[in-house]
Write a protein that binds this ligand. Structure first.
Ligand code: HEC
Length: 119
């Protein structure tokens, strides 16, 4: 009900909130399936990360993301909204399915004990 009202108002922030809510639901849907069941998705996530995110996140431009033990939702939300020097990734940059796959890939990377939390 609330979502419907938000869409008719068509404020950009509301639309974005609805998009994020939809994405969150998609993410929840994904987490209810066993990780090992979607090898194709895991591959897709790693591929996109290596091709795009790693250009900053494995080169010192952005903080290391692997082995951080962050929840999947953190990667999804920050990628969609952007943060300071990090650009927002629109649906035309990365579709929801691929972004969920990236988040799952990163959340599943082995924990790195040397990697501290972000200050
Ligand atoms: C153009 C460079 C660039 C690209 C490409 C990029 N990031 Fe970032 N990212 C950054 C920077 C810089 C920060 C630090 C932002 C800040 O100041 O808080 C960051 C921060 C983050 C954080 C928060 C980490 C923390 O420790 O607070 C996450 C999560 C993240 N990025 C995910 C991603 C994902 C997922 C992708 C690929 C879809 C991606 N980023 C692509 C530059 C980039």
């Amino acid at each position: 009900m609330t979502i419907r009202r938000g869409v008719t108002v068509l404020k950009p922030t509301t639309t974005r909130a609805v998009a994020l809510a939809t994405l969150a639901l998609l993410w929840i849907g994904h987490t209810t399936t066993a990780v090992a069941q979607e090898p194709a998705n895991v591959g897709k996530g790693q591929q996109y990360f290596d091709k795009v995110c790693a250009k900053c996140h494995e080169t010192g431009v952005g903080p290391v993301l692997k082995g951080r033990d962050l929840p999947e939702a953190t990667y999804i939300i920050i990628a969609r909204l952007g943060r300071n020097a990090m650009p927002a990734f629109r649906i035309t940059d990365i579709d929801d399915d691929t972004l969920v796959a990236v988040a799952r890939y990163l959340a599943g990377t082995p924990k790195n004990p040397d990697q501290g939390a972000t200050p």
